[in-house]
Design a protein around this ligand. Structure first.
Ligand code: UDP
Ligand code: MG
Length: 316
């Protein structure tokens, strides 16, 4: 039986201290898999400024299973992963962080689930030792919001630690959007997915490349690209304001000038002006909401996601 090839993709941004140990751990764990699977290690050097570059070229010369791609500058993990997936040749692709936060010991279980028929195997972080309570709170809030906003396929605590079947890789390579969260896109397809829970260890050496600001930006962009809710809310608010203030304005006009009611006559000129202004603001917000719908259509056309994903074709 021919052995299957697993491409292990490792995005690296200043990871020179972690890489040797990662390589060693993978080599070690593969002892139990080598009869049925080969692996190739594909490092994506995302513009590192420590010794990562030299280290990778050194490793590559010593071990034929090790390859690397070097990006021109730091493009961020999402793009680095994408570049890796584009260049993978394996029957399956495994994404793993360089900093040893994703336990290498679980790799055989990912492969096992894949052999049992899962098209994607996703690691879910049940606890992250490197996260402080504030980060945990933010991550909780974020997932509640995206799920409320309709992007229910984005599950809480899923990570980039995942295995993709070749089929998934092929579909993924058709995506053209630039501003991307790799795992959000992968989840969007709806491939047959299995989950593996793990506890993320502390990062071994070095600092996480994602500071608070970067994380916030990432959250905002995920939210915007997977949900229309913020835009729609504006429109709904506009409709509400227009209706309420319109009704009030009408009541005042009719009460004051037609029925000369005492209560309605007490609304002074400035008060009426205020209501008129609020009414106009309502109309503007409604128009914004409408505009949003048009923009949403344009957005959908521009990101050019495949309209459908075929699972199986049976044609004679
Ligand atoms: N990474 C990258 N480019 C970046 C930032 C990070 O390729 O701009 C890599 C990094 O080397 C690591 C993985 O992405 O292998 C996860 O990064 P990090 O540990 O900083 O993030 P976290 O653990 O907080 O998700
Ligand atoms: Mg990390």
């Amino acid at each position: 039986m021919q052995k299957q090839l697993v491409t292990i993709i490792v995005p690296c941004y200043n990871e020179a201290q972690n890489i040797p140990m990662l390589v060693e751990q993978i080599e070690h764990i593969w002892e139990s898999l080598r009869d049925r699977y080969d692996y190739e290690l594909l490092f994506v050097n995302d513009g590192s400024r420590d010794g990562t570059t030299a280290l990778l070229s050194d490793l590559q010369r010593k071990d034929f299973r090790i390859h690397y791609i070097e990006l021109f500058r730091n493009f961020g993990k999402e793009i680095a992963l994408t570049a890796g997936i584009h260049h993978a040749r394996g029957d399956a692709v495994l994404l793993i962080d360089a900093d040893l936060q994703h336990p290498v010991a679980l790799i055989p279980r990912f492969i096992e689930k894949w052999q049992e028929g899962a098209e994607m195997v996703v690691g879910i972080r049940s606890d992250n030792k490197g996260q402080n309570p504030i980060q945990k709170l933010f991550s909780k809030l974020f997932y509640s919001f995206t799920s409320l906003a309709g992007a229910r396929y984005i599950l809480a605590n899923t990570t980039d630690f995942r295995l993709l079947d070749k089929k998934v890789v092929q579909e993924f390579n058709r995506l053209t959007e630039r501003n991307r969260i790799t795992r959000g896109l992968l989840d969007w397809f709806g491939f047959k997915t299995e989950y593996i829970y793990f506890v993320a260890d502390k990062r071994r050496f070095g600092k996480p490349g994602y500071g608070y600001l970067k994380l916030l930006k990432l959250a905002a962009s995920t939210f915007v690209s997977h949900s229309l809710l913020p835009l729609k809310i504006t429109g709904y608010l506009g409709i509400l304001i227009t209706l309420v203030s319109g009704f009030m304005g009408l009541a005042i006009l009719v009460g004051k000038y037609i029925f000369h009611d005492r209560y309605f006559s007490s609304f002074t000129g400035p008060a009426q002006l205020a209501i008129l202004l609020v009414f106009l603001v309502g109309i503007i917000l409604t128009a914004l909401g409408l505009l949003a719908l048009y923009i949403a259509n344009i957005h959908a056309e521009v990101v050019n996601r495949p309209m459908y994903v075929v699972r199986h074709k049976q044609m004679s």
